[in-house]
Ligand binder design. Structure first.
Ligand code: ZN
Ligand code: ZN
Length: 269
């Protein structure tokens, strides 16, 4: 029935907002029009300077996340802060600014392949894994009507048949957005922002930790440290996008302070 609706009311492209032409009923609904799909595939093929692989095959971990004990980080594209024109940025805004089931399901399908591959490479049994996410602040959820990290984790859980555990909570009084802070403040803020809801069923397991964008890795690192305290044994971080700063070795990275934070603030990220 929903596929008939797709024909009558074609889904809007998550990249440009135009209707996606002639959906193929035999395939899952397309989230991108052909032009945006091409731009998206080009963005997925951008090379990571550290490992030399396309970003969608890269497993490099931002320094902060590595220090916290997370060895794998899968992402689809590099995010360029402050630029609304590029397709990867538009897709991210699409899932941040509203509840867009079609864009979420597209991104989950794209990420699920990378996740399966990493679990295989690391020899992790599906029974030993659970999915979780970094919940968004209540105010952001009220404003946009969605928690995109949670929606992404839900979609991944269904696709991968891996249980979703709501283990991490944001402290209710904690509303300071990461985007307005310097790198050092981000780490301190992230550490204070989250708490464990439960430690049930996570001890000895591998956590797949989902978020939409990883910037400095401060929030992910804080979540990894919390989960380690709950007995989680290993981690796979996954995000739709990694800040393009993370494609460089730490020594060559620009500072995330000042200039970058200004851009994030102006663009409501
Ligand atoms: Zn498009
Ligand atoms: Zn890499």
């Amino acid at each position: 029935m929903s596929r008939i609706a797709d024909l009558l009311f074609p889904p809007m492209c998550a990249g440009c907002g135009e209707p996606v032409p002639y959906p193929d009923l035999a395939l899952p609904p397309e989230a991108l029009c052909p032009a945006c799909r091409k731009a998206w595939d080009d963005a997925r093929a951008e090379l990571c300077v550290i490992c030399g692989k396309p970003v969608s095959d890269c497993n490099c971990v931002p320094e902060a996340l590595g220090k916290a004990g997370c060895k794998s980080f899968r992402k689809l594209v590099f995010y360029r802060p402050g630029n609304r024109e590029e397709v990867q940025n538009r897709v991210i805004y699409r899932i941040k600014d509203r509840a867009d089931a079609s864009a979420i399901s597209f991104l989950a399908r794209e990420l699920s392949t990378a996740i399966r591959k990493t679990l295989n490479e690391r020899g992790i049994e599906p029974n030993d894994v659970f999915l979780t996410y970094l919940p968004r602040g209540k105010r952001a959820v009220l404003e946009s009507g969605t928690d995109q990290a949670k929606e992404l984790a839900k979609a991944l859980s269904e696709l991968l048949k891996i249980p979703l555990c709501h283990v991490i909570a944001r402290k209710f009084w904690h509303n300071k957005p990461q985007k307005l802070l310097s790198t050092a403040e981000r780490q301190k803020n992230a550490k204070a922002a989250f708490r464990l809801r439960t430690t049930e069923a996570v001890r000895g397991k591998c956590a797949i930790l989902a978020d939409d964008i990883v910037t400095s890795g401060a929030s992910m690192s804080a979540a990894v440290r919390l989960l380690r305290r709950a007995g989680v044994k290993s981690f796979l971080s996954v995000a739709v996008a990694s800040d393009e700063n993370n494609r460089q070795p730490a020594a060559k990275q620009r500072s995330l302070d000042g200039e970058l934070d200004g851009i994030y603030a102006r663009h409501r990220l």
